[in-house]
Design a protein around this ligand. Structure first.
Ligand code: ADP
Ligand code: MG
Length: 583
């Protein structure tokens, strides 16, 4: 049970506020997470970690000299939204570039990926290393599909030490990749955990049983066992990890026994003693181990073993000092506090001064979003039904939540440029929609907004650049291929039709009409495909004969935007000549 809260919906935020109050010497609160409250030397690589809340000390507890520069903190067990990651990274950036590192979960990949696109587009060089240590989540030949658990600590620690030592972004990234590649973990659970305000645990493990490889959010394990003795458990964990050891592994390892929430320290130490003996018997020397709570899951009963196979350079950075609220090692000279101004990220687009014409175009963008909202509302139920055939049935409600939030944010920003309006709308969309499609729509709208920027009139080339940016954001983040049965199967024909018409000299409204028609028929045609990506994949057969919900909603939305622009042009006296769309 999680008992201490006022309003369960505010749990993550309230807990983070209290954490900051208790650790002001280490961290300061920024929108979306925490950043080091001590000075970060100019030019130092910023290591920005993060993920859902409920895993303390991951992630905010690992912020401090020698470890992370900042942490983006999502809701309970939910990825931080892309806008939060972006703002935290901007506050953390000290001019040496940003390394984003987090456990490999679909939501985190989308949101951190979207933030990375934005940071790079603004000239803040940003790289990503996802942590994939959990051997239970995919076989070794698909290591990139593995999720991240307590191996977060080894990757963050070594990358953070390398950044602290003044290494550049290339070098810090290389060390993080190498550490991740040499880190393996395996967890067991004896019982589930309960989200604040929930009556029942997220999952159960039957009494007297142990689930091997169960994920930290209750993702399915690989096998069930009768509760073993400590010696048997040590033997099981060690043998599985050694069987999965990385190529080129030497004989010096870091071993981490991690408690997931309610296993007592005495039990963890007892197990650690047995594990160390087994590792020694296997010819391994254990170097500077850890035994305690390092990556938890609320009140989950369970633990994990992590091994990192060291080499000389990894050992040097593992052993380097670090000083954070939850993880301290060696001695670091005390750091002076950061100036308050540098803790607050300034978003330059907040201080833009749009001309009246640019602001009028911004208002037209709000009107387009209002149309998008209407068409989503009209089709909300139908989209939900379509997603229920082989997915989880939330596409209608997710799109609705996203577009409602986007329109509200756009209206609140009215008076700003098109770029600013769309950025606000896209951020709100991905923050509120939840689900894959929400993150993709949000980033695509932001990307289109960044392409359009703050201008008093837009050319056809600008429109083509916005279409390209919209589509590229989705393909780069979602990585779906044509034929995977996703919205990409409607997006690509949309882009091709738009650019073909436009290159042939058609005005934007005509190119858009052709593109929307192409998207609509491509969406219908997805009915014959089997889904190869996203949540519908496991129920692929059921989906054949029905179109992909994300493709259908994209077709509906683009058709509505095209109609809206047509009727505006027909209604207005001044139809612009040539390719231009003007206020
Ligand atoms: P979720 O799948 O998280 O429940 P939604 O139901 O809102 O999210 O959206 C489902 C739609 O998202 C799918 O129909 C598909 O078009 C789209 N989608 C899923 N994964 C991807 C991806 N990797 N790239 C592009 N689109 C995707
Ligand atoms: Mg869905």
């Amino acid at each position: 049970m999680t008992r201490i809260f006022d309003n369960p919906a505010d749990f993550a935020d309230d807990a983070l506020d209290g954490f900051v109050a208790a650790n002001r010497g280490y961290v300061a609160r920024v929108d979306g997470g925490v950043v080091r409250s001590t000075e970060v030397p100019a030019g130092q690589v910023a290591l920005v970690v993060g993920g859902g809340s409920g895993h303390y000390p991951a992630f905010a507890g690992l912020v401090g000299p020698g470890l992370a520069t900042a942490s983006a903190c999502g809701n309970m067990f939910a990825s931080p939204a892309a806008g939060q990651v972006y703002r935290v990274a901007k506050a953390a950036n000290a001019g040496g570039g940003v390394l984003l590192s987090y456990g490999n979960y679909a939501g985190d990949v989308l949101h951190f990926g979207q933030a990375q696109l934005r940071l790079n587009a603004e000239g803040i060089e940003t790289r990503t290393v996802t942590v994939t240590d959990d051997i239970a989540s995919a076989p070794l030949d698909q290591i990139e599909k593995r999720r991240g658990i307590a191996g977060d600590l080894t990757v963050f620690k070594i990358a953070g030490a390398a950044a602290e030592a003044g290494l550049d972004l290339d070098a810090v990234e290389r060390l993080a990749i190498k550490t991740n590649y040499r880190t393996r973990s395996l967890g067991v659970a004896f019982d589930g955990c309960t989200l604040p305000g929930a009556k029942d645990p997220l999952f159960h493990v039957p009494a007297g049983q142990m689930s091997l490889g169960l994920g930290i959010h209750g993702e399915p394990g690989i096998s069930e066992h009768a509760m073993p003795t400590a010696s048997e458990l040590a033997e099981l964990l060690v043998s599985k990890l050694l069987a999965d050891k990385p190529e080129g592994a030497g004989d010096r390892v870091v071993a981490i026994v991690n408690g997931l929430g309610t296993v007592k320290y005495d039990e963890l130490f007892l197990l650690f003693g047995k594990i160390e003996k087994l590792l020694n018997n296997a010819g391994l020397t254990v170097v500077e181990p850890e035994c305690g709570e390092l990556v938890t899951s609320l009140d989950m009963s369970g633990l994990s073993l992590t091994l990192l196979w060291l080499d000389e350079e990894l050992e040097q950075y593992w052993a380097a000092p670090a000083d954070t609220p939850a993880f301290r090692k060696g001695n670091l000279a005390p750091r002076p506090p950061r100036s308050q101004a540098s803790v607050t990220a300034v978003d330059e687009s907040d201080v833009e001064q749009p001309t009246e014409a640019a602001a009028e175009l911004g208002r037209q963008a709000v009107a387009v979003l209002a149309q998008v909202r209407d068409v989503v509302v009209e089709h909300e139920e139908e989209l939900g039904r379509l997603d229920a055939i082989a997915g989880d049935g939330d596409h209608g409600i997710g799109m609705r939540r996203g577009v409602d939030a986007a329109l509200a944010a756009a209206e609140a920003a009215s008076g700003a440029s098109v770029g600013r309006i769309l950025t606000a709308a896209g951020e709100a969309w991905s923050e509120r929609a939840g689900g894959t499609s929400g993150a993709l729509w949000g980033s695509a709208i932001i990307a289109a907004g960044q392409a359009l920027g703050n201008k008093a009139s837009y050319s056809g080339e600008d429109a083509a650049a916005a279409v390209t940016a919209f589509v590229s954001a989705i393909t780069e983040l979602g990585k779906a291929e044509p034929g995977d049965k996703t919205m990409v199967d409607a997006l690509l024909p949309f882009r091709v039709a738009f650019l073909t018409e436009f290159d042939a000299g058609a005005p934007v409204d005509r190119a858009l009409a052709a593109a929307a028609a192409a998207a609509g028929s491509a969406a219908v045609e997805t009915a014959r495909l089997r889904p190869l990506k996203g949540r519908a994949r496991p129920l692929a057969e059921k989906s054949v004969g029905h179109p992909d919900p994300g493709a259908v909603s994209f077709g509906l939305i683009t058709a509505r935007i095209s109609q809206h622009i047509d009727s505006r042009l027909r209604g207005s006296q001044a139809v612009p000549a040539g390719n231009g769309v003007q206020a």
